[in-house]
Design a protein around this ligand. Structure first.
Ligand SMILES: *[C@@H]1O[C@H](CO)[C@@H](O)[C@H](O)[C@H]1NC(C)=O
Ligand SMILES: *[C@@H]1O[C@H](CO)[C@@H](O)[C@H](O)[C@H]1NC(C)=O
Ligand SMILES: *[C@@H]1O[C@H](CO)[C@@H](O)[C@H](O)[C@H]1NC(C)=O
Ligand SMILES: *[C@@H]1O[C@H](CO)[C@@H](O)[C@H](O)[C@H]1NC(C)=O
Ligand SMILES: *[C@@H]1O[C@H](CO)[C@@H](O)[C@H](O)[C@H]1NC(C)=O
Length: 430
């Protein structure tokens, strides 16, 4: 796999933190509404840390320059969905043993894994897809319904109470869903009819669930998409708008805005088999360039509200978005994936199926085929801030020196004329 030139991206990085904060404040006026980027956080590790255990990856992989990817777990069977809770624990749904696990990172970067839900003990259908931690519940799609488990963010012990039904009678299984910060749950349906235009997305208010749950078809509200001919995974952007994939008969896909009034220009082709989408909300974001590396391990602040896709076999794909119109603004770029994907149809490749950002701005993704949970993060340099500031100061000094030289040259250019008209000894003569 070849990666597009990262230096171009780095060139766009704004060198000084102050400049960046100002720029973002002025170009993302709506960001405060739902999830604005706080200032970058410093990474502070205790001085006496042991080096965290390294888990060998299942295959050679590539990641864009300035970033790294690590395996966080390889013992969760058929991980189908990842979500991050308010305590920054990574929660992983394992269809392979009908369970949900929590992964907690300690201050030294070491991970510990704990069973949260044993679906076999708590009964009901097999836990299949779409795990989301929202407030004090875990939501999960199982069978043709959505269930919720009581959960406290940061809980690192097994849940004992049975789940409650949130939506029933969906009439289709393996549904991706999403929940926006206002508590609206969105469920698409219609993969089997994707090519014939039979799909739909419906929304439900989680703050007002009736006893026994919503009936899919008889409650909630329908949304449509531009060229609505099939719905895959969904995600909300910083303005709280819902985006999803349209799937054509030939398998090609577009990432499109799902809106009651769909507009055709908010769509971009993204390859095929998108299985997860996340917008980066700027939490823990970094600034930096190829020399300085990142001020944090988080993704760049200027990628706030850009879309990131988990794409089967391909890897993690970055889709640039413009700030003001908040529409796709450039070609998708693969930022992480298995290096050689020529044999994926016969063998097993690293294959992202779900994606989430943690509170430090790092990507957490699951590869169902290889039983791996991965983290993709920017290379952190504690001196990055100083390097960037020094660079900005040097650039200022150089530009001031250039201005002074220009002024001096302008003076010099005038001076000979004066010399020519004023004889050297004329002052003495006056
Ligand atoms: C990491 O955590 C595991 C489980 O909690 C523990 O057994 C192991 O010793 C830790 N490793 C380091 C390097 O701290
Ligand atoms: C869940 O509980 C059942 C029955 O107690 C047990 O057989 C199974 O191993 C448990 N699953 C996990 C993932 O621990
Ligand atoms: C994707 O968008 C293009 C126009 O940008 C359109 O021609 C194509 O039909 C769309 N495909 C799907 C699957 O919606
Ligand atoms: C969609 O259009 C209708 C009629 O033009 C308008 O009343 C409604 O507010 C619009 N909805 C959205 C979400 O923009
Ligand atoms: C879509 O196109 C219309 C006119 O062609 C334009 O006014 C609008 O800003 C565009 N929307 C986005 C999100 O780019």
């Amino acid at each position: 796999m070849t990666f597009l030139n990262i230096s171009k991206a780095f060139l766009l990085t704004i060198a000084a933190l102050g400049v960046l904060a100002q720029e973002e404040g002025s170009t993302l006026p709506d960001a405060t509404a739902i999830g604005a980027a706080p200032p970058p956080r410093k990474i502070q590790r205790p001085a006496n840390c042991n080096t965290p255990e390294v888990i060998q990856p299942s295959a050679p992989f590539s990641v864009v320059s300035g970033y790294e990817a690590i395996v966080v777990s390889n013992t969760i069977k058929n991980p189908r969905s990842v979500t991050v809770d308010e305590a920054n624990h990574f929660l992983v749904l394992a269809a392979g043993d009908n369970s949900i696990y929590s992964i907690r990172e300690d201050l030294c970067g070491n991970m510990s894994q704990q069973l949260l839900v044993n679906g076999s003990k708590l009964g009901g259908s097999i836990l299949q897809d779409s795990l989301i931690a929202f407030r004090d519940h875990l939501y999960v799609a199982t069978g043709d319904a959505v269930y919720k488990f009581q959960y406290s963010p940061g809980q690192h012990s097994e849940i004992q109470s049975a789940p409650e039904v949130v939506i029933k009678n969906i009439g289709e299984k393996q549904l991706p869903m999403t929940i926006d910060p206002r508590g609206r749950l969105f469920v698409p349906k219609g993969f089997s009819q994707a090519a014939t235009g039979g799909s739909q997305v419906r929304q439900y208010d989680l703050l007002d669930v009736p006893a026994g749950g919503f009936d899919y078809g008889n409650s909630g509200e329908a949304l449509s998409a531009a060229g609505n001919n099939g719905a895959g995974p969904l995600a909300y952007d910083t303005q709280g708008r819902i985006w999803g994939t349209n799937i054509a008969a030939d398998g090609s896909e577009n990432l499109s805005l799902f809106d009651a009034n769909a507009s055709s220009n908010t769509t971009v082709p993204v390859g095929s088999q998108t299985r997860g989408i996340a917008f980066y909300r700027g939490l823990g974001c970094s600034v930096g360039d190829a020399d300085s590396l990142g001020t944090t391990e988080g993704f760049p602040c200027r990628w706030t509200d850009h879309a990131f896709l988990a794409t089967r076999n391909t890897g993690i794909v970055h889709v640039p978005f413009s700030d003001l119109a908040h529409a796709p603004s450039g070609a998708p770029e693969t930022i992480f994936g298995q290096t050689d994907i020529s044999d994926c149809s016969t063998g097993t490749c690293i294959s992202p199926i779900s994606i989430a950002f943690d509170q430090n701005g790092r990507i957490v993704t699951a590869s169902d085929t290889t039983n791996e949970v991965w983290m993709v993060r920017r290379l952190y340099n504690p001196d990055a801030g100083k390097i960037l500031t020094d660079k900005a100061n040097a650039a200022d000094a150089a530009s001031e020196a250039k201005d002074e030289a220009k002024d001096a040259a302008a003076e010099d250019a005038k001076a000979p004329k004066e010399d020519a008209t004023v004889p050297e000894d004329s002052a003495n003569q006056e």
